[in-house]
Write a new protein. Structure first.
Length: 587
């Protein structure tokens, strides 16, 4: 190499920088404008609604009458206090149950020789894909105190016990069963990264395997347990479907169902709903902050510098017992609810006088399916849902890619503000997003309210933190040297992204868009305040069927929604695999 060539090379790879771009401020400004439109403006309008005495439907926004009366009313209202206490009780009890289930599954999958662990790990994640309202409807069919299928079976067996899932206990049980995967994800990762020598030292000292489990293993992964618990609690706090299906019949209101009731009254109490929504958002924000503090803590370190492999505890014959418990969970969470929906959907009448009547084929028909598809709203809701899902996935995926790349791969001024605005919705429950977008657009003539687009934009804002986080992982796996090599060769930023970053990040991009698509299809909370008769989506129509009191039609449409979701999940999984196989080929 000549002296001239050597002098032309950078002193080190670290000194290589992307080409200077005059458009960088415009790029940052565009992203900030989009995020302000999606996140900041609706939240400001939500605060406006809570501090105003004007009605956006009647008065528009021309007559702003400042007032704190709605906040005072909310803080003094005993119904709000009761809804708040109910929410804490249901979510707190559900979180405790979720911790027990999630921790058990993570232990048997990561730290034992239980057979078919791959199957168990996959099965334990299934509840994440079940729409909350579908889960609530299924357990209402199973555990209704009068006509519940479980109670019919117990009566046939001569057992003097009856389930009642229309209760606080029912809410806690369903919450705990369906949100245990959040705890599993955190604790399984912590167990894989924990040095097994710590447990071995305990057993050398004479402690039994189970004593070590409760005195060493679980305490050492306490931050992961706490983080998973807080996440589960936050998610439960913002759920509307399960409390609406199981709590409403027993007159058990939580914050989400109470907010919806305020807007369903005549006249609608939009200002009070906004005040309660802000209360729910503040509680959620505090919990999200607490979770971040736990995750950023540096105590309880369990990973050392030396290499290790997680040990597998030999359970002997007990391994079949743990496998059996895993199957029981799968039966309870997947098989029984699905069976209940099938029976209710195909039976002409759900009343079953005895267990033998359950097998009388004359009682089964396609009546409810015919009624569902005779309703013109059914196909309209399916079409609207698919349109909203595609728009959300494409636009949300593109925006998340732009945000993720700007935050993780550049040093432009303003990227921290972009990151902050994109992260804010993590502390905003779906129902609150719906109320905020209602206030933002309902009073503006010629606006987005009443269109498919407002639903898609609300979903994009609602799930933006999840999408950006998923994509950020892909960006962090791509070494900067690849981009630096392209810059040395004279490539610009856009060319480098198109030929280097995007092909390598393709699996993550497809996964993020798939996640957005699935979340948009099953989202109910944000849709409740934004749909019209022309923009009804499947989740809202299912709630209408349920509130109409026709269990058969509700079950039939639940199966339709579940089947569509399963087919779409299978299709997107196939596309994801294709993207992963082609992700290593860089153009």
């Amino acid at each position: 190499m000549t002296a001239t060539q050597a002098a032309a090379l950078p002193d080190s790879v670290e000194t290589v920088r992307p080409p200077r771009r005059l458009a960088a401020p415009l790029w940052v400004g565009a992203l900030l404008l989009i995020l302000t439109f999606l996140v900041a403006y609706p939240l400001l309008m939500l605060i406006f609604g809570a501090l105003s005495d004007s009605n956006p439907v009647v008065d528009g926004f021309g007559a702003f009458r400042p007032s704190i009366a709605h906040f005072v009313e909310v803080l003094e209202n005993e119904n709000v206090h009761l809804a708040f206490v109910n929410a804490l009780a249901a979510c707190g009890g559900g979180t405790a149950l979720a911790v027990v289930i999630g921790l058990f599954f993570s232990w048997i999958v990561v730290r034992t020789n239980t057979p078919f662990k791959g199957f168990i790990a996959g099965a334990s994640m299934i509840p994440l894909f079940v729409p909350p309202l579908v889960a609530g409807v299924a357990w209402g069919i199973l555990g209704s105190p009068k006509t519940g299928l479980l109670n019919t079976a117990l009566k046939w067996l001569g057992i003097d016990f009856r389930f009642d899932f229309y209760s606080m206990t029912g809410l806690i049980a369903v919450f705990g069963m369906y949100y245990a995967p959040y705890v599993y994800m955190f604790t399984a990762s912590a167990l894989r990264n924990m040095d097994p020598s710590l447990e071995e030292a305990s057993e050398v000292s004479g402690a039994s395997a189970f004593t070590t489990l409760f005195t060493v293993t679980f305490p050492l992964i306490a931050p992961a347990i706490l983080a998973g618990s807080l996440l589960s609690f936050v998610v439960m706090l913002g759920i509307y479907g399960i409390p609406a299906a199981l709590g409403a019949p027993a007159n058990i209101n939580v914050l989400t169902t109470y907010i919806f009731k305020l807007t369903a009254w005549s006249p609608p109490l939009y200002n009070t709903a906004a005040a309660v929504a802000i209360l729910l958002m503040i509680v959620t924000a505090i919990l999200v902050w607490a979770q971040q503090r736990v995750l950023s803590g540096r105590s309880f370190a369990t990973v050392a510098g030396k290499a290790f492999r997680p040990r597998s505890l030999n359970l002997g014959s007990w391994r079949w017992f743990t496998f059996g418990l895993a199957l029981v969970y799968l039966v309870i969470v997947v098989v029984l609810p699905t069976l209940a929906l099938v029976i209710a959907a195909f039976r002409k009448f759900l009343f079953i006088k005895d267990f033998d009547a359950l097998f009388d084929m004359r009682a089964y028909s396609l009546t409810h399916f015919n009624a569902v598809f005779d309703n013109p709203l059914t196909m309209l809701s399916i079409w609207n849902t698919l349109k909203v899902g595609v728009i959300t996935a494409v636009l949300g995926g593109a925006l998340a890619f732009a945000i993720g790349y700007t935050v993780n791969r550049t040093h432009v001024a303003g990227r921290r503000v972009i990151d902050l605005l994109a992260t804010v919705p993590v502390a905003i429950p779906g129902l609150v997003v719906g109320v905020a977008y209602l206030w933002a657009w309902i009073g503006l003539p010629g606006g987005l309210y009443g269109t498919i687009w407002i639903l898609a934009l609300a979903f994009i804002a609602r799930f933006m933190p999840d999408t950006v986080k998923a994509l950020s992982t892909s960006f962090l796996q791509i070494h900067k040297e690849l981009e630096e090599a392209a810059w040395i060769c004279g490539r610009g930023i856009l060319s480098t992204i198109a030929t280097i970053v995007l092909p390598l990040a393709r699996p993550g991009v497809v996964a993020a868009m798939t996640l957005l698509f699935v979340l948009a299809i099953r989202e109910l909370g944000s849709s409740l305040f934004l749909y019209t008769s022309d923009t009804t989506v499947m989740a809202v129509l299912l709630l209408d069927y349920y509130e109409g009191g026709n269990t058969g039609k509700t079950a039939a449409f639940s199966l339709v929604q579940t089947l569509i979701l399963a087919v779409l999940l299978g299709l997107t999984h196939w596309l994801s695999r294709g993207a992963a196989q082609g992700g290593g080929r860089v153009g």
